[in-house]
Design a protein around this ligand. Structure first.
Ligand SMILES: O=c1ccn([C@H]2C[C@H](O)[C@@H](COP(=O)(O)OP(=O)(O)OP(=O)(O)O)O2)c(=O)[nH]1
Length: 144
């Protein structure tokens, strides 16, 4: 799939790490380092602008290594980039660790997955067809 992109960052366009991976690593495009204290959040610019085809979205997700080693995650995960959005893609990071974390320019801070989504039409009805689960949820099936 071809996606139009304007790259105003100092960095190369994100590339897949392997042909079979879904996530494109996104790099911070910043003039000065950003220091995230515990529980602090920051909107990190990427310098990337995209034009997605209708019926598609981009999801901004955390990188598992940053989350595991440093408690750095995407606060609104998965962030949603709409097909009609023409602004700069930004990443909302939060530091869930007890130590401060420094984001450097060019650092791969999140990953982006482009996905198709359905376009639905509501069909208002009075009742829904029953199912085995019915209204059970939130642990209704137990632990094991
Ligand atoms: O992690 C994100 C999430 C969103 N956006 C941009 C693209 C998206 O299309 C737009 C709006 O996002 P969203 O719909 O999540 O924001 P909202 O809080 O509902 O605001 P809006 O009223 O602008 O829709 O902001 C980002 O750059 N990064």
């Amino acid at each position: 799939m071809i996606v139009k992109v304007v790259n105003k960052s100092k960095h190369q366009l994100p590339e897949y790490q392997t042909e079979s991976s879904a996530g494109l690593d996104l790099r911070a495009n910043i003039e000065d380092k950003i220091t995230l204290k515990p529980l602090q959040r920051a909107l990190v610019p990427t310098g990337l602008f995209m034009e997605l085809a209708q019926g598609h979205e981009a999801q901004i997700r955390p990188r598992s290594g940053l989350a595991y080693k440093h408690g750095i995650t995407v606060l609104n995960s998965p962030g949603t980039i709409d097909a009609d959005y023409r602004g700069e893609i930004k990443i909302l990071l939060v530091n869930l660790s007890e130590e401060e974390f420094v984001i450097e320019d060019g650092e791969r801070v999140a990953q982006m997955v482009i996905a198709k989504h359905e376009q639905i039409q509501w069909l208002p009805v009075d009742t829904l067809e029953d199912s085995t689960r019915s209204a059970g949820g939130f642990g209704s099936t137990g632990k094991k």
